[in-house]
Design a protein around this ligand. Sequence first.
Ligand SMILES: NC(=O)c1ccc[n+]([C@@H]2O[C@H](COP(=O)([O-])OP(=O)(O)OC[C@H]3O[C@@H](n4cnc5c(N)ncnc54)[C@H](O)[C@@H]3O)[C@@H](O)[C@H]2O)c1
Length: 436
Amino acid sequence: MVNATEAKTEQRARSGSFNQNKVKVLRPFNTSEVKILLLENVNETAVKAFKKQGYQVETYSKALVGEELIEKIRDAHVIGIRSKTKLTKAVLDQAKHLLAIGCFCIGTNQVDLQAAAKQGVAVFNSPFSNSRSVAELVIGEIIMLARQLGDRNTEMHGGVWNKVSKACYEIRGKVLGIIGYGHIGAQLSVLAEAMGMTVYFYDVLQIMPLGQAKPLESLDDLLAISDYVSVHVPETEETKSMIGEHEINQMKKGAYLLNNARGTVVNIPALTKGLQSGHLAGAAVDVFPKEPAANGPHFDYYPELLACPNLILTPHIGGSTEEAQSMIGLEVSQSLIKYINDGTSLNAVNFPEVDLRAIREDDKNTVRVLYIHQNIPGVLREINEIFADHNVEKQYSDSKGDIAYVMADIADVTDLKSLYSAIIATRANIQTRILY
Ligand SMILES: NC(=O)c1ccc[n+]([C@@H]2O[C@H](COP(=O)([O-])OP(=O)(O)OC[C@H]3O[C@@H](n4cnc5c(N)ncnc54)[C@H](O)[C@@H]3O)[C@@H](O)[C@H]2O)c1
């Protein structure tokens, strides 16, 4: 009989000796050298990470289109893009060797995600690498609004000297109300407290507050108490025009509103009215319901807003920093490398997210099967019949829509070719890889 303490010691010893075993570096069966095609000046951090893996990397500074894109994507195992390259179904149909797509940006609208999934191509992006950049911008904006810096700067550029202190404030001791306490809201909370602000937040989820920040039960409570209101919610049906005339009227007279989230969250006519009437002392807006597709002197959608005082306007640059780009390069390249080398699909946006712990170096004849298949009844029975002659060390499967993914580590495999041929002959097979 083993008592609880002995059992724990034994467990620790076992897991200790387990950890001492080196992880087996897996090689792909039946695949040539991994070819990575990187377009649109994908950050150097990603190029370095891929080269370190020994992959063949081809880079282009611009987006490719039409025949040129099809020509290049034909041989690629992975394509890395930013927002300009359009990966439509027609383009993906030509990409016969493609395993994965890396969107080195936040959005994935430029990719036909469903077509990619149906082809067994996993798509990765980096939604949160720029949270810090946004949070820092908000801190800058709060100080700028408190000191009316936007207006003073414009006046000085026009040769006007206007030294005033009326209605200019320190931010220390003021109340910041954060709507949406996610990646950005939480970062902002910490930075704002370090500047001496008191932080309250409102979120639909129950979230552990950082520092001294306090959650509030309702949006109205938050609006009524805050000197500065900063919005950090996603764009959803519920958040559309979340801040309209009613909400602005709930805010204190002389308060400030900041929107660095999404343009649809704040109603622009209501904001304009709030600023024109003087109910709001200022605002910062980085995102708009309608934004131009390209840079240039054509931002003329909101003429009345543009004429408002103490208003900081920026062209959706909240997350646009060198550091964020570098983080995006690292994060997306790591997701892709894990997917190629180990089959781990964690963080994929169009694909079931599946992971297995590593195979140990001394498990010489254990192989990893990565089976992407149609999500139809009876597939697991079929695949397990193929595995039945071996010992399945571990196996995990999950599905998303029409696509399902099995990761399985199979021991004592000596005839890889037969195993591979049997799996790709199954009726639901979309794409199968074996790592050994
Ligand atoms: N300006 C920029 O350049 C820039 C850069 C990055 C992100 N963003 C935007 O910033 C916003 C926040 O991003 P994030 O990374 O912090 O997102 P996140 O998903 O980490 O956090 C969003 C938070 O909002 C909460 N939320 C959702 N609906 C809500 C509602 N109706 N009321 C209250 N809370 C609600 C969620 O529970 C979550 O905690 C997003 O809209 C994102 O698109 C803008």
